[in-house]
Write a protein that binds this ligand. Structure first.
Ligand code: PRT
Ligand code: MG
Length: 214
């Protein structure tokens, strides 16, 4: 494509990206929440959006199927970031990555006695690094969703998951025992696109940078 393609996921990232797009003079012609279209045009003939699963955004951008994209830091850690520039922290879709356990599980005692615990998570890389840095031995169980269920049914002692309001943990009798890192979404740009389409990408980048809320 001669213009630029931006990869976004539905839901919170799309919603929180709309004001940034507006700052760059870009208005989508459809709402992915109600439309079934996967390629969405904009008021600008040289800019289109592709709607992808959040975890797939870095992959589309890495291979140049999209020139740019917006992805959570969580997703970028698991992807590894190959082939991507990450020029901007957009400060949107904020949450934190944390360790949580059942209220009746004594995590501090388990850590203290060097117990080998089972941890369920979608964020295997980030979890492995976190526990390795603490010198803890854990068995990681990869899940693709609803991590909160795992400790309730005996699949795991702990989970590593994203938390924003904390309501999901509370509703499931779980408590946060360790904060791993703050998470927000980043603008990612394909490295070749940045060189070849700089005159199209640079103004979008600058408009986004100017519209970031602290
Ligand atoms: O939903 P899907 O399986 O398609 O993919 P996804 O969950 O990766 O995508 P999406 O759109 O739900 O999230 C996109 C990005 O938003 C993530 O990659 C994060 O960077 C960011 N984000 C911000 C969050 C949250 N806040 C968040 N609260 N992603 C997920 N959650 C989930 C969390 O996993 C937990 O199940 O919300 C639940 C907790 O919310 P609270 O408010 O109850 O604490
Ligand atoms: Mg989700």
């Amino acid at each position: 494509m001669n213009g630029i393609t931006l990869a976004l996921s539905k839901g919170r990232i799309f919603e929180e990206t709309l004001p940034l797009l507006a700052a760059a003079g870009i208005t989508p012609t459809d709402n992915p929440e109600t439309s079934r279209k996967l390629i969405i045009g904009t008021n600008r003939p040289d800019v289109r959006l592709v709607i992808v699963r959040a975890t797939d955004t870095p992959t589309y951008v890495q291979y140049g199927a999209a020139d740019m994209g917006i992805a959570g830091k969580d997703t970028l850690i698991e992807h590894g970031g190959a082939g991507l520039y990450q020029p901007l922290d957009l400060n949107i879709a904020k949450c934190r990555l944390c360790v949580a356990v059942r209220k009746d599980f004594d995590y501090a005692a388990a850590v203290k006695r060097g117990a080998r615990i089972r941890v369920a998570t979608k964020y295997v890389k980030a979890a492995r690094e976190h526990f390795a840095a603490k010198g803890m031995h854990v068995d990681l169980i990869k899940l693709y969703g609803s991590m909160e269920l795992a400790p309730l049914v005996g699949l795991a002692d702990a989970i590593v998951d994203l938390v924003s309001t904390g309501n999901t943990l509370k509703a499931n009798n779980l408590i946060e025992v360790e904060d791993i890192m703050p998470i927000s979404s980043r603008l990612v740009v394909n490295q070749a696109s940045l060189k070849l389409k700089r005159e199209l990408i640079q103004p979008v980048l600058e408009a986004f940078a100017g519209a970031i809320k602290p």
